[in-house]
Design a protein around this ligand. Structure first.
Ligand code: CAA
Length: 276
């Protein structure tokens, strides 16, 4: 398959890695030469980690031979079959790149990796019958799930094709109706916000709250460390969106806002609920 990934951040680079390892030809589109170079480096790092763990059937260089990184989406191949959009969680930005992708790649299925934005709203003004949510999880090559989000206007054949591609990539698919936060972000953010409120109220230390969920419930990492990994700013944006759509039970705690205001965004800045 010829695939295009838009956005070379953590998720886009991980999705490109997954598609390359699955034998596909991948064009990764970023905005500008510097970002394109950084995106190439991110895919290389991810492939190298997988190779070190014995998870790749080919060398990173062999896989990278099928990767083209372009500094402008306009240079994406017109015969692409799948476009996965993985730009930051901003509806206007997503709509803009998806609109451009719809005309640059006229045959392609359009898939958004949004973790919470409405797929029906993104579909407005697009060939919406070609658009689905294809929600991956960080780290993409490791996490087994793809959340496939469909809206009323989608062509059922598009849903079936995306399911088949995801399963061929080794993922398990859950199908979710377009609704705020889908299935995973809604539950994940609910637990994450409650953990922050518990920290605010002095119920237990960050370490002990996390250890409770790790050892008591078998989570691979606790909800506060996971918030650090995902990014406090990312989680705040999702919580604000869910509070607006679903009500005050999702209202972000003051501690989360304070930390984001101070630039304590989690692992990427070296400080969040933990020091990295
Ligand atoms: N390919 C590429 N990288 C790999 C890899 C592979 N096959 N296997 C492991 N790695 C990476 C890991 O990501 C990790 O990267 P960093 O160095 O950047 O931390 C590193 O190699 C170490 O991996 P290990 O397996 O040795 O480490 P671990 O046993 O601690 O596992 C983990 C790390 C997989 C992240 C595990 O802790 C985990 O599953 N945590 C929960 C993750 C989670 O819940 N993800 C969902 C987040 S929510 C989301 O993504 C949705 C959203 O919309 C925001």
């Amino acid at each position: 398959m010829i695939a295009v990934v838009i956005g070379g951040g953590t998720m886009g680079a991980g999705i490109a890695h997954l598609l390359l390892a699955g034998g596909h030809d991948v064009t990764l589109a970023e905005a500008g030469a510097d970002r394109a170079e950084a995106a190439h480096g991110a895919v290389l790092r991810s492939l190298t980690k997988a190779a070190e763990r014995g998870k790749l059937a080919a060398t990173p260089d062999e896989l990278l031979a099928r990767l083209t990184v372009v500094p402008d989406l306009a240079a994406a191949p017109s015969d692409a079959e799948l476009v996965v959009e993985a730009v930051p969680e901003n509806a206007d930005l997503k709509r803009r790149v998806l609109t451009q992708a719809a005309s640059v790649c006229p045959q392609a299925v359009l898939a958004s990796n949004t973790s919470s934005l409405s797929i029906s709203a993104l579909a407005e003004g697009l060939p919406g019958d070609r658009l689905v949510g294809m929600h991956f999880f960080n780290p993409v090559p490791v996490q087994e799930l793809v959340e496939l989000v469909h809206h009323a206007g989608v062509d059922p054949d598009v849903v079936a094709r995306v399911r088949a591609w995801a399963e061929a990539l080794g993922k398990t698919v859950i199908e979710v109706r377009d609704s705020p936060g889908f299935a995973t972000s809604r539950l994940g953010v609910a637990v994450g916000m409650e953990a922050i409120r518990m920290l605010e109220e002095g119920v237990a230390s960050a370490d002990d709250i996390d250890t409770g969920m790790r050892l008591g419930y078998g989570w691979p990492m606790g909800p506060l460390k996971l918030t650090d990994l995902v990014g406090l700013d990312v989680r705040l944006a999702i919580a604000e969106h869910l509070a607006a759509e679903l009500g005050p039970r999702f209202a972000p705690p003051a501690l989360l806002r304070d930390k984001v205001d101070r630039g304590e965004l989690g692992r990427k800045t070296g400080q969040g609920f933990f020091t990295w």
